[in-house]
Design a protein around this ligand. Structure first.
Ligand SMILES: [Zn+2]
Length: 389
């Protein structure tokens, strides 16, 4: 009897294996049926234009597996590009909840979800997600960039500065430049509250982060001027010329006022001559003409401007030339005509933008440290060419 039972063992094992396989097949079949139902329900909703319900069913049908993760990201990006942020959000939120994603995919899902919240203007939620990614090799620097964009929009300069360690670690020049401007914003507030030591510290920090920040030196000069340290202020203005020659024409008038109150007034015009020789700036030319007229004669100044305009004509230079001709021993009729020409040219220049953004081409008649269009810092420069400098 016992031998008979031993003989039956392989049969029982074989039966068990057969039944087990059948049960797995059955389960697979059931899962497939369920997927087909969800998929076709999803399609039905899609065809009847009920897109949100369609997406719900299709997300369920398209289970997140290794080979469908990319498809989910692509679908969400497509929604975002079409401006359907709520749908992009749903897909990314769904991806974030999936336990089987790799670390890299999880970070990608969190980052993309952060971008959705950022695009939707939900900055507090975007901020939380980007902060989670600061240590990520792949998304750390990108998240930092978004965080600084958020703090720039909300004017949370201190929150941005709290990320200084991460910015320094990233070694990203652009991020350092942005953070230097956060320090300048705080310095601006300190200047309004007349906190001398704090102003200098903040601006020094800005220059350490970005030694090319002309804005930091511009504010530093203002701080020195306010405390009547005119020699130091002049040094800061000079520094701006070596940092940013394009922006320098805007500094010339302030610089002159400072030189007049410093111990080095005689150094102003030679410096401006150097600026004009190097850049051909019309503002520098007009300023230098004062010196020629003062030390030589009006005729010499007229010869100088004519020669300069022949080499590099600008409308502002021409307007100044006309102004120099007024009352130059002319009769009333000539003076009246010259005055009309001068006024016409002035009216023409008034409607022309004085500044242009180097980054996005935005034009403006007034200066902004942060471009109102692309929000990049220190990119608005005086226009060059016939209608500009
Ligand atoms: Zn711009």
């Amino acid at each position: 009897m016992i031998e008979f039972l031993f003989l039956l063992l392989p049969v029982a094992w074989g039966h068990g294996l057969f039944m087990g396989r059948n049960s797995i097949k059955q389960k697979d079949q059931n899962a497939k049926d369920s997927l087909t139902v969800k998929y076709s329900t999803g399609l039905n909703y899609l065809l009847s234009n009920q897109q949100d319900k369609a997406m719900e069913y299709l997300l369920e049908a398209l289970k997140v597996e290794d080979d469908t993760v990319e498809a989910h990201f692509a679908m969400a990006n497509l929604f975002r590009r079409r401006g359907e942020l709520d749908r992009a959000l749903k897909v990314h939120e769904y991806l974030v909840r999936q336990p089987m994603l790799s670390d890299k995919e999880k970070q990608q899902a969190v980052f993309e979800l952060g971008r959705d919240f950022y695009s939707a203007g939900l900055y507090d939620r975007a901020e939380k997600l980007f902060l989670k990614l600061l240590k990520s090799k792949m998304y750390g620097c990108k998240s930092l960039t978004y965080l600084l964009h958020i703090f720039q929009s909300t004017k949370d300069w201190d929150k941005g500065i709290a990320l200084e360690k991460a910015v320094l670690k990233s070694k990203d020049k652009k991020l350092k430049h942005v953070l230097a401007n956060f320090y300048c914003e705080l310095a601006n507030i300190a200047i309004l509250q007349d906190e001398y030591i704090k102003e200098l510290e903040l601006l020094q920090n800005a220059l350490t982060l970005d030694p090319k920040s002309s804005r930091a030196n511009f504010l530093m000069a203002q701080v020195f001027e306010n405390s009547e340290q005119f020699n130091n202020a002049c040094r800061c203005y000079q520094e701006i010329f070596y940092q940013d020659q394009e922006f320098f024409p805007d500094v010339i008038d302030k610089m002159q006022q400072c030189y007049q109150r410093s111990d080095n007034n005689d150094d102003f015009y030679p410096f401006i001559k150097k600026v004009f020789d190097k850049t051909g700036s019309t503002t520098a030319l007009i300023k230098y003409l004062e010196y020629v007229e003062l030390t030589s004669s009006k005729e010499k100044a007229e010869e100088y401007i004519l020669s300069a305009l022949n080499r590099r004509p600008t409308i502002r230079g021409f307007k100044h030339f006309v102004k120099m001709q007024l009352n130059d021993g002319n009769d009333d009729k000539t003076n009246k005509s010259l005055d009309v020409i001068k006024e016409l040219v002035a009216a023409y220049l008034k409607i022309k933008p004085r500044y242009s953004c180097k980054n996005c081409g935005f034009n403006s008649t007034v200066h902004y440290w942060s471009c109102p269009s692309c929000h990049d810092w220190e990119q608005l420069k005086p226009v060059r060419g016939l209608e500009g400098e």
